[in-house]
Each structure stands twice: as C-alpha cells, then as structure tokens.
Design a protein around this ligand. Sequence first.
Ligand code: PLP
Length: 375
Amino acid sequence: MTIPFFPPDLFDGDLLLEVVEEVGLALDQRFILGERTAEFEAVLRDSLGVADAVACGSGTSALTLALQAMGVGPGDEVIVPAYGCAPLASAPLAVGATPVFADVDPWTMVVDPAEVDKLVTGRTKVIMPAHVFSVMADMPALRRIAADAGARLLEDSAVAQGGVLAGRPAGTWGDAGVFSFVQVKTFGMPGEGGMVVTGDPALGRAVRMLRNHGQDGVRRFVHHRVGGNSRFDEVMAAFQLRRFAGLPRRLERRARIGDYYTERFAGLAGRGVLAPPPGRDGRCFYVYSVLAERRDALREHLASRGIGTHVYYRAPLPRQPAFAGHAQPDRDWPAAESAARRQLALPIHPHLTDAQVEHIADEVCRFARHAGPDS
Ligand SMILES: *Cc1c(COP(=O)(O)O)cnc(C)c1O
C-alpha cells in the first residue's frame, strides 16, 4: 500500500475542461475579473456574512493588499507568529513595515496571545495571527489585545476556510481575513488565487482598487492609488463556484480522519508522539500534525511502510536567512524552535479510504510502542 501525502488526483478533470470551455466559448471571453469572479466573491461574502470579499492573485498577495489597505508602511510594526510560512514575515516587509516575531503555543503551534501582548508597542499597527495546520489561533484573546493596543487585527485564515471558533467562522474575527486557494489548501483549485474578506466596507474598497492598479472598477485608466496586478482568474472562479457546495462534505471527511487519529494517538503522549487537542471547535483540518520527539525516525518508519509525510517548517521564521536580519536580535523563540524540530504532518486528504487511515494510525502507534523515548 502506497499512500502519498497529497493525492495525485486532486481535481475532477472533466469539470476543469468544462469550465475552460464555458469561459473560453463565452461571447465576451473575459479571462480575469469577470462576472464569475464577482459571483464567487458574492458567494463567499454572503456565506460568511461579511461586508465585502475581494478575490486576488494569491493568499500571499491577499495579506500584502490588506496591510497596504490598512495604511501599514515604514516605521510600523506588525506582530506575527515566529513559526509558520514565509508570507507572515515577507508581507509586512513588502510594505516596508517591521515584522515582530511572537513565540507560539508549544502544543498547538499557533501564536501565544501572552507573547503577543508582551510585544505591543506604540508602533504596533497590526496584529497578524495565523491558523496553523488544524488549529485556529486564540482569536477572542487576540481581538482583546488588538483593541487594547489600538491596532488592527488581520487574520491569516489561509488554511482555515470552513473552520469555526465559538460559533464564528475563520476569516471573520479580525478587521480583515484572508484565504488561499492554492492547490493544496482545503478549498484549493488548479491555479493560484486568494481572497480578502472584511466587515469594513472602506477596507474592501481599498483592496479592490489596489488589486487592479488603483482603478475604481467604473472608469478605466484613472488611477486613484498606486496599486498593482493581483487580479483573479475567471476560469478558476467558475471552477470554485461549481465546487463550493461540496466543501463542507470534504471538510467533514478531513475532520473525521483527524478525530480518528487523535483518538488512536491519545495514549502516545508519554511515548514521544503528541497529537493535537481533541474536539471540533476552533479546528480546521488543513493538515494533521503530530509533535514527535524522534520525528525523523518516525518519518523514515512511515516511509518504509509506504506512507508519505511532510515536514513543514524546519526553522522558526526569525531563523530563516531572509528574515534573521529583520528579527529582534536579543530575543529567542523556544516553542517555535521545538515545533520546528518535532512537527510531522500525516496524510488527511479526503480521498483517503478508511483502510488507509487505519494503516497510517497503526504504523504511528507501532513506532511509538517500539521506539518510544524510554526505549
Ligand atoms: C498558503 C498560506 C499562505 C499563502 O497563500 P498562497 O496562496 O500560497 O500565496 C499564507 N499564509 C498561510 C498560513 C498559508 O498557509
């Protein structure tokens, strides 16, 4: 049995060909920012109950556009997690601001609100938490900290589409939230794309202008602001519109696989394999990650049984060559360092069969039983 980490057949090829034909054969042949993009934006906006949803070129670009629309620039500080993907550090830098790295929770790997609170200064303009793997950040606490600091809250929900915390959907906790539709994300598609969602209509208008060279969408070639090109692909919008109804079913399959793993791994904490916290509230099941003391040995064991796994971030962001020079030199991030040494992601995509999921869980348990830290 060979189980790849990402399934090779992510998408329905017939559907893809159908939407290429639909857009390509339409009389107006509009390939960017057409009526399907507008409809896709409306569907997300209404499903989340936000004021605006603006489709753009990628999740990374969604973060950058949101920061720009919030007026973030040189001299401003943006508090970001010390553990996570590159755009958390590069988006603030792209607008000339300084990323300030906050350590994470040692178990869930999301940013620790107490650490964020300690880093607030008079220059803090934005607090930018991210949901990580399968756990949403502590948004109620971060909202309070942002409000007390007079800072804006930008929620990186790139991995958390469909997640709900305390009755409130991921993406809607801050002044703005962002999603990514790159292939591997939970609402991935065969191309690049992202979305900014916001309850603030003025912020939405600003993002809308910035994504298309500062134009207002009414008059072309009138540039109100210095913008750029971060437009959305019409074929992808048609594709996402057709797949939106199936998203809850796919998310539920992921969640069930996650529940099963967590149940099977409950007894392994003392044997060097720590599962994420159980439950469904504040969960998103993009990726299922354990923390393993002997991570590389577990990864090799699973590979020898045909199971593909993934190590995401082998170093905290402020230890990356690109960002180290922008990090606070006198600081360290012990929980982020520890996560970088121990994190291992197991397959959780909705195409897995029950037998495959059982096989993966069996092999993790077998490894922990025979090769725990005390053996
Ligand atoms: C994927 C991801 C992004 C970037 O999205 P892209 O569409 O790949 O640019 C940003 N933040 C997080 C947390 C992500 O997982």
